[in-house]
Design a protein around this ligand. Sequence first.
Ligand code: E4P
Length: 227
Amino acid sequence: MQLFLDTASLADIERLAKLGVVDGVTTNPALLAREDGDPVAQLRAVARAVAGPVSAQVTHEGEKEMVAQGRALADVAPNVVVKIPAHRAGLAVAKTLAAERIDVNVTLAFDPAQLVAFARVPVAYISLIFGRTEDFGAGDRERIAMAKRILAQLGSPSKLLVASIRNPGHLCAAIEGGADVITVPPSTWDLVFDHPFTARGLEDFQRSWNALPEPRRRAYEALGEER
Ligand code: E4P
């Protein structure tokens, strides 16, 4: 299983790569819009900063325009993967780009049924959007495993990428559901690494330890000092 970072921020990529959780990156137009400067330059910089795949989404709606923009995005850097929406026009675009051996990430699929037609196209990734469904009161973790089974049963070569991971519970659900790739935003990693109960537990243990008279703590605290 791979972990991608859901961001267009170079600072976030740098700090989370140090923690070993950046096998690739996914951007979308909203994430690129949050960054300063020219989005093409930003995408190029992100692609240079990451050894793995970097997804970038088309912003046009027409089929012809999406194909042209997809080709151009793929030319920005060799590791760019073109994100195409999981709708009617997106299917034709995905077929064209995949036939040209351009890596495609089919995105914004909410229902496993949306994967069926795309499973016949050799796209690199199919992204099931998980957290965002909870905005509509439709959060259902079983959909992840269902999507995985559907892709396997239909003989799809694509990796199931689970996206919109807004909290640690979503991350665990995506792993348990059998995601091949999970794209996690920096804010969710912050919730994981800065768990308040961990800080509280450390405080409790330290308070008890500090209550020990110093001579009894001395040998333990000196361990490793001379190494
Ligand atoms: C990923 O590829 C999606 O663009 C992203 O995960 C969406 O996340 P959000 O629903 O939290 O905006």
